[in-house]
Design a protein around this ligand. Structure first.
Ligand code: NAD
Length: 376
């Protein structure tokens, strides 16, 4: 019987768990045994007793890892704790392959087959396995809620007997999964919303959510969706035009949410100190990219920085601030992946070497680093 181990996260501030009770039940129904490290779910509102009640065993890490065939994590575990697992066991987690390149070598040496879930290709078949999308979606929501909470005014227009409160103006920079959810959330709260991106396909998406699209017109951005929906580094000419556009728009905004990322590179700088200085005191900027270097000059992870009277906020790990929901979705992403490759006869998941998903997510195998993006 295949054994699945669920580890307790060890990185500071990580509150999520990689297997919800719902997915543990489903793994057991597939014929697996599941062993959960004691306390793994606590910060995501799941007790040890809840896991035990559905048939998982709960214990300390050495017992949980002993003879495990599949090890699940939200983030990559310290390679030093990976002991006693079955030969060639899979490590399935968000492994931050570029940021933690040296650790990938250690996984290879330890003899696990490391599978990086954030490398899941953006193909229809893999949509339900995509941890970047599921976590960004809730992060985009949370960014707006945190910005609203830090803002000393209301979002919606209110007509009261004592006078009118005007609607907040919110500007969303970067309209991927997080940005779209940020637009929708800010709209629901009653703000007047505008948004921008470098990919031309987002213009229609912005407008269909009832927000105003603010786009660089004189220099070409990225046609359509961009490769895999991802942006690349823009030309200096584009950056200058974008900066000019942002300068004229941002001074009138009360709330700015930045979400711009470029895979494998530091986050692009979108807002300078001079632009912050042009904003009204009391305005709030939430930098969702702060952990990847930040879109906003001066933003610091997990700190409220006040510059020119403007509050700049950003979390090192935004999904960890709504751990119950993000864990549930993350867990389903892992389950959808493992169950899609489940081989009934073998009683375990099998990854064909010639599958597009295998090639994309497999980092190590048989003691070697095998992923093209890491070897390039
Ligand atoms: P992301 O997190 O990599 O980046 C966030 C956004 O920032 C992107 O829209 C990007 O274009 C934008 N950006 C980058 N540099 C910028 C700059 N200098 N100025 C302004 N904006 C900038 O992106 P994401 O949220 O992961 O997804 C992007 C796209 O991929 C979306 O259109 C999404 O629908 C698509 N997607 C498809 C699948 C699938 O088909 N399976 C899965 C997930 C996402």
């Amino acid at each position: 019987m295949v054994k699945i181990a669920v580890l307790k996260e060890t990185v500071a501030g990580e509150t999520r768990v990689a297997a919800s009770p719902e997915t543990v039940k489903k793994y057991i129904a597939l014929g697996a045994s599941v062993s959960v490290e004691s306390g793994a779910g606590l910060l995501a509102s799941v007790s040890d007793a809840e896991y035990e009640a559905i048939g998982a065993s709960v214990g300390a890490s050495p017992a949980v890892l002993k003879d495990a065939d599949i090890i699940l994590g939200v983030q990559g575990p310290n390679p030093k704790v990976l002991k006693g697992f079955a030969p060639g066991a899979w490590l399935v987690a968000g492994l931050d392959p570029f940021g933690q390149r040296a650790r990938v070598d250690e996984y290879a040496k330890a003899g696990v087959e490391a599978l990086a879930m954030e490398f899941m290709p953006r193909i229809t078949r893999a949509q339900s396995m995509d941890i970047l999308s599921s976590q960004s979606n809730l992060a985009g929501y949370k960014a707006v809620i945190e910005a609203a909470s830090a803002y000393g005014r209301a979002f919606p227009m209110m007509m009261t007997a004592a006078g009118t409160v005007s609607a907040a103006k919110a500007f969303i920079m970067g309209v991927g999964v997080a940005g779209l959810q940020a637009i929708a959330t800010a709209r629901r709260l009653g703000a007047q919303v505008s948004a921008t991106d470098v990919r031309s396909a987002t213009k229609e998406q912005i407008e269909s959510l009832g927000a105003k699209a603010i786009f660089v017109e004189n220099v070409a951005g990225i046609e359509g969706e961009g490769a895999g929906g991802y942006a690349t580094e823009m030309s200096d000419e584009y950056k200058a035009a974008q900066s000019e556009l942002v300068s004229s728009h941002i001074a009138k905004q009360d709330i700015v949410i930045t979400t711009a990322l470029i895979p494998g590179r530091p986050a692009p700088r979108l807002i300078s100190d001079a632009q912050i200085a042009s904003m009204k005191p009391g305005s709030v900027i939430f930098d969702l990219a702060v952990a990847q270097g930040g879109n906003v000059e001066g933003s610091k992870p997990d700190e409220v920085v006040v510059k020119h009277g403007v509050k700049i906020i950003g979390y090192a790990n935004t999904p960890a601030h709504l751990a119950a929901d993000t864990s549930a979705l993350f867990s389903r992403n892992l389950y959808n992946f493992l169950s899609a490759f489940w081989d009934k006869e073998a009683g375990k998941p099998v990854l064909p070497d010639d599958d597009e998903i295998t090639a994309a997510i497999r980092l190590t195998k048989d003691g070697k680093v095998v992923n093209e993006r890491l070897l390039a």
